[in-house]
Ligand binder design. Structure first.
Ligand code: TRP
Length: 332
């Protein structure tokens, strides 16, 4: 191995990404591949902590895999795999579970929120979710983990678990650090620009999926909520316009000053149309590549099989050492 740092990240198999996931996270993963060694996983084992339809989960997992490739993850540069294909995650999960306290897991805000949302299914997997996430990261001794703010608490717990293992059994796991992207703007709902754009939004006009077609994208931007002024300017209180400017800036590369002068004297109608067109044009190659990959199931299978083999080879070394450290009898 070279001396590049190792990045690990997991993404839930939701099948498609919102423009928010894309601009805020996934788009930045491609360029990281040259500077770091990167390992990315579609975390379908985490997905079943809430009820899933099996056929839909299978499809969404494959779609997410293809989408990551379409968004620029290059399987010749990075390891891209499906979590359930690599048994070391479940194996390390058990050991790490024995290094995690009930009290620590009880304090996780995501657990508290999700158990409120699904009071009829507060299962043990939902409770120990962060342990499996720690296993994902520690099975590779990853240095850096790109995470959004909502996952920071889980990452801190992963560090604490690693530290506890190291105290008990001797220094072994790398303590992973959050990787906060320099760019990666936050995209807000098109219908309520004080709220983050979220796939679970009940209003479909609030959310752009990166697989929406051009007409749909333009229609949603035309309906975007703005304000009663008529000036395209980035200013406090103009949440709707600020959001559209952020989006326009991140797909065109233009800064706010350039955008303000481009639309000086023009109305919001013109601006919304321009944002819609720019986003649709920007996403066009992603959509085309996704369609090509999902139409070629044999190639996709080759990719995820090779990814799983590489991930297993890498993590098995580490997990077998962890087995030895805790006192399990070596098989060979
Ligand atoms: N919990 C993460 C999320 O919901 C997904 C995830 C699972 C993850 N394992 C991971 C992220 C390991 C980073 C590293 O977004």
């Amino acid at each position: 191995m070279d001396d590049k740092k190792l990045i690990f990240s997991g993404i839930q198999p939701t099948g498609t990404f919102t423009l928010g996931n894309y601009i805020g996270a996934v788009r930045n993963w491609g360029p990281l591949q040259d500077e770091y060694n990167c390992i990315y996983s579609v975390v379908n084992m985490h997905a079943i902590t809430v009820r899933q339809d099996p056929a839909a989960l299978r499809k969404n997992t494959l779609d997410s895999y293809a989408l990551l490739m379409a968004c620029g993850i290059d399987i010749n540069k990075s390891i891209l795999f499906i979590q359930s294909h690599v048994k070391t995650h479940a194996e390390l999960n058990w050991i790490l579970g024995c290094c995690t306290q009930f009290g620590e897991l009880s304090r996780m805000t995501q657990f508290k929120e999700k158990s409120q949302r699904h009071p009829d299914d507060i299962n043990a997997g939902l409770f120990t979710y962060p342990v499996l996430m720690a296993a994902d990261i520690l099975a590779y001794n990853a240095d850096l983990v790109p995470v959004g703010i909502d996952q920071k608490q889980h990452l801190e717990l992963a560090r604490n678990i690693a530290q506890r293992f190291n105290q008990r059994y001797g220094d072994f796991f790398t303590l992973p650090e959050p990787y906060i992207a320099e760019v990666g703007a936050k995209v807000m709902s098109l219908q309520d620009p004080t709220k983050k754009m979220s796939k679970s939004d009940e209003n479909p006009n609030a959310v752009i999926s990166i697989l929406d077609d051009k007409d749909t994208i333009i229609r949603k931007f035309k309906r975007a909520v703005t304000d009663s002024e008529a000036e395209v300017a980035y200013r406090e209180g103009k949440d709707g316009i600020n959001n559209l400017m952020t989006i326009y800036s991140s797909v065109t590369g233009k800064d706010f000053a350039a955008i303000e002068s481009e639309f000086a004297g023009k109305g919001y109608g013109d601006f919304k149309l321009a944002v819609g067109e720019a986003v649709a044009d920007h996403l066009e190659p992603v959509r085309t590549e996704f369609a090509r990959l999902s139409g070629d199931k044999a190639y996709l299978k080759e990719c995820y099989t090779a990814g799983a083999e590489k991930a297993l080879r890498y993590s098995q070394r580490i997990v077998l050492k962890a087995y030895h450290k805790v006192g399990f009898v070596d098989l060979k």
